[in-house]
Design a protein around this ligand. Structure first.
Ligand SMILES: Cc1cc2nc3c(=O)[nH]c(=O)nc-3n(C[C@H](O)[C@H](O)[C@H](O)COP(=O)(O)OP(=O)(O)OC[C@H]3O[C@@H](n4cnc5c(N)ncnc54)[C@H](O)[C@@H]3O)c2cc1C
Length: 449
């Protein structure tokens, strides 16, 4: 038995866990950060490595040092299945050196006094009167022991080791349905010349990436991160499809593999609550990645920070523990969760389209550069243009345009409901309302088509 009691135990030293630890230790809390990886390997992760710089600013971090990124983006371009049509979103982003970025975050946490236990796997959460008390961990020699804490943060990534062990909590999904995940395979390759340095490219193609997309993200003049993500449950092997892409692209075919691997990321609205008793969830463990493109580094850092701050508030004012912890939900919804829920409607819409429909929509300019930027901010509205477009562009498929307009309407409805995020006593009826909106949308537009 480890007799030492921590204010907070954070499981997972990824982007979510390090940010939660930084926030907590910055407020004077005694924090234990646990990761199954060796210290030197923390931050190493199969990823597209793209991060919009606004995410770093939003969580109040300093601009990261040069060694943490390999290049910069100024735009993202999304292509139709034929690649003939595309839309562009402008904005600055970094092509991260993911490992170095993770090590930088870890160092920021350690410098604040966080205690790291690496090579240590969190296994079982022990409860007393419904409250998490101790965590059983296993070190690299296979020896198990217990650490005790007042609060626990699950930042263990998509598997959510603690989330699965908390008592049944209304509105908390302990198991995430397979179709809400993106199953991915990616390689970092050395090429002779990177195409369009500064532009991260996303290709929509239901044949290669059903329910997802494939990407080409430059990381410098001769390095590129290429990958495929497919919706879970489709029985598609992303690695096999990845090699079809390589076969068809001469420049990639003759390139050298620098890194390779598969990964999983939840691509859906975040958990309805980041709090269950004295256990909080952040990052992929809370499904915070962007539902449309799976960009999860930014929201994982944000949710980690907000969970850390809420725990620090509860430590300072234990009488108001419940209210203080719940603030993690309220602040997250205001800053990201409401937008993500709206985007989840758009994700469901996108996943219902065939290649032919995507091609048609993009060829007719149903979604413009401006719309795609607005969608990114969670505020698209196609209703006004609906009739005008039918006349001006001679749209031969008004149903599709109507469907798009209705989708924008539902995005707005969901977002508005999220912005009325409830106090704990009203939480069950709020969850029901949100579930009903999603079910209604699916019933009206998805299950029919
Ligand atoms: C192929 C792919 C491409 C992606 N591309 C992008 C992109 O370009 N941009 C973007 O923003 N996002 C991208 N994402 C998503 C992004 O990587 C994740 O959303 C983000 O890393 C989540 O961070 P996290 O801290 O929640 O989880 P993780 O980064 O997964 O960290 C979890 C940590 O917990 C540790 N851990 C797990 N279980 C235990 C345990 N039982 N005990 C102890 N430690 C444990 C792990 O070792 C790990 O260090 C991509 C994901 C994938 C899979």
């Amino acid at each position: 038995m480890d007799l030492e009691k921590y204010d907070a135990i954070v499981v997972g030293a990824g982007t979510a866990g390090t940010m939660a630890s930084i926030a907590l230790a910055g407020r004077g809390a005694k924090v234990l950060l646990i990761d199954s990886k060796a210290k030197d390997l923390i931050g190493k992760k199969v990823c597209g490595d793209a991060l919009g710089t606004h995410h770093i600013i939003n969580v109040g971090l300093p601009f990261p040092p040069k060694e943490t990124y390999r290049g910069k983006f100024n735009a993202v371009r999304v292509y139709s299945p034929s690649k003939k049509y595309s839309v562009k979103v402008e904005g600055e982003g970094l092509a991260l050196n993911r490992h170095a970025f993770g090590q930088w975050l870890l160092k920021l946490a350690l410098d604040k006094g966080v205690e790291l236990r690496d090579n240590t796997r969190a296994e079982a959460l022990m409860f007393e009167n419904g409250r998490a008390k101790e965590l059983k961990v296993v070190d690299k020699n296979g020896s198990a022991y217990y650490v005790s804490g007042r609060y626990f943060v699950d930042a263990s990534g998509f598997y959510g080791i603690l989330r699965r062990q908390v008592p049944e909590t209304f509105g908390l999904e302990k198991e995430i349905p397979l179709e809400d995940f993106s199953i991915t395979y990616r390689e970092i390759r050395k090429v002779k010349n990177v195409e369009d340095l500064g532009v991260a490219k996303i290709f929509l193609d239901e044949q290669i990436a059903p329910g997802g997309y494939w990407w080409y993200f430059p990381q410098g003049e001769t390095t590129v991160n290429v990958g495929v993500g497919v919706q879970g449950g489709k029985n598609v092997n992303p690695k096999k499809n990845f090699y079809n892409i390589i076969e068809e692209n001469e420049a990639l075919k003759n390139s050298e593999i620098l890194e390779q691997g598969g990964g999983i990321v939840p691509t859906r609205r975040s958990l309805y609550t980041l709090v269950s008793g004295n256990v909080l969830f952040a990052g992929d463990a809370a499904c915070t990645a962007n539902p449309i493109h799976g960009g999860g580094i930014g929201p994982s850092m944000l949710s980690g920070k907000l969970c850390g701050e809420a725990v620090a508030d509860a430590l300072e004012d234990p009488e108001k523990e419940r209210e203080k912890l719940w603030q993690a939900n309220k602040r997250y919804v205001e800053t990201y969760g409401a937008k993500a829920a709206g985007l989840d409607i758009f994700r469901i819409f996108l996943q219902s389209l065939t290649n032919d429909e995507i091609e048609f929509g993009m060829s007719k300019g149903l979604v413009t550069d401006e719309d795609i930027t607005d969608i990114g901010y969670g505020k698209a509205d196609f209703t006004v243009r609906e009739k005008a477009l039918i006349i001006i562009r001679g749209i031969t498929r008004p149903t599709m345009l109507k469907h798009l307009a209705e989708t924008a309407k539902y995005m707005k409805i969901v977002k508005q409901e999220y912005l009325k995020y409830p106090d704990p006593n009203m939480f069950p009826s709020w969850v029901e309302k949100i579930e009903n909106i999603f079910q209604e949308y699916k019933r009206k537009f998805i299950e029919k088509s």
